[in-house]
Design a protein around this ligand. Structure first.
Ligand SMILES: Nc1ncnc2c1ncn2[C@@H]1O[C@H](COP(=O)(O)OP(=O)(O)OP(=O)(O)O)[C@@H](O)[C@H]1O
Length: 330
């Protein structure tokens, strides 16, 4: 039987908020997201990265249907998103754990199961037990969750419980805001490892945001979306990010992972973009950038800026296909 999954595609997300500052009479508009496009595939992890304030949480909130932007077209398996339907097939784990501190791990998941599933109690209990095992929480099943004031399970275990609450109904899409925030590197890796297994074994599409992922975590991501000031600077594989940075003259230092390096180099990337835009405007022979469609390839010349934009929709195979690299170096 063919495996089923959910491909998510978002096109043209624009989101502006109006903030009110005490000293100002009027609301001040702030662009949070600007023309954001993304694609997330089943069995894969798409990681949204970028400096603080880049718009990561806002983007996830929009994808999870919690916030409505001014414009966006979201498709699930090439069909326009139906919010009510999407709620049933997705889970959204917020950055902060919102759990009842006095309930045990098992009670917490049972409570969530009763709310979300209409199953006879024996089936419900067995679902909870198998999920506890999958989450690696068997050793603390009977321990209360706790919080900052009430001693309970560890921070990493609490994150797992939060994920468990959102996957009890076996959603095809899982959206997580900073699932590793506040965790040590080992616990963070264990969480991403668990999510990777959830993506690969359960046909799940995982979209998460993350701050400063370590080397071993970065290796587990299938795709990266680099955001800065609400704009996408890269959308594609980790290897493609390394290639693109290299083309901009940004050579990855040894012992620094590419995501960390890209975030540190945001200003240089933006500068390279604007230099390319300038060059482009002075070269009328270069055709204006046109977004490539699936399966379409481009022939002839291409500026660095165009290449970088193309990386939002192309994968490694096609990027090397028919681009004349010589132009950039002469
Ligand atoms: N409801 C809001 N009110 C005021 N400002 C907001 C609101 N929502 C988003 N913003 C602003 O929009 C920008 C993006 O915020 P967002 O939380 O999405 O960024 P982020 O990349 O997730 O940041 P962090 O990594 O620090 O969590 C920030 O400048 C933030 O202050």
């Amino acid at each position: 039987m063919k495996k089923k999954g959910c491909e998510i595609e978002a096109v043209g997300i624009n989101y502006t908020i109006h903030t009110h500052k005490r000293e100002q009479q009027e609301n001040v508009p702030k662009v949070v997201l600007k023309d954001v496009n993304l694609r997330a595939k089943p069995w894969e992890i798409l990681a949204i990265v970028g400096p603080s304030g880049a718009g990561k949480s806002s983007l996830l909130e929009i994808l999870a249907g919690k916030v409505t932007p001014q414009s966006a077209s979201v498709y699930v398996n090439h069909k326009p998103l139906d919010k009510a339907q999407f709620k049933k097939i997705s889970g959204y784990v917020t950055q902060k754990d919102t759990l009842f501190p006095l309930l045990t791990v098992e009670e917490t998941l049972t409570f969530s199961a009763k709310l979300r599933l209409r199953l006879p109690s024996t089936e419900l209990n067995s679902r909870v037990k198998s999920l506890i095992q999958e989450l690696g929480l068997s050793h603390v099943a009977g321990v209360r969750v706790g919080d900052d004031r009430v001693r309970g399970i560890s921070g990493g275990e609490r994150r797992r419980v939060s994920i468990g609450v959102e996957v009890i109904h076996e959603p095809k899409v899982l959206i997580l805001d900073e699932p590793t925030s506040g965790l040590d590197s080992i616990s963070a890796l264990q969480i991403i490892d668990m999510l990777k297994a959830m993506a690969e074994t359960q046909d799940r599409t995982i979209i998460l945001s993350i701050h400063q992922p370590g080397f071993r975590i970065v290796k587990l991501f299938n795709s990266i979306l680099l955001l800065a000031n609400g704009s996408v600077l890269h959308h594609g594989s980790v290897d493609l990010l390394t290639v693109n940075l290299g083309l901009m003259g940004l050579v990855l230092p040894t012992h620094v992972n590419v995501v960390e390096f890209a975030i540190e180099s945001i200003e240089a990337i933006k500068q390279a973009h604007s230099m390319q835009q300038e060059t482009q405007s002075q070269l009328p022979s270069i055709p204006p950038y046109k977004r490539l469609e699936e399966g379409e390839t481009r022939t002839g010349r291409c500026t660095l800026q165009q290449l970088f934009q193309q990386s939002k929709v192309m994968d490694e195979e096609s990027i090397y296909a028919e681009i004349d690299f010589q132009d950039w170096f002469h």
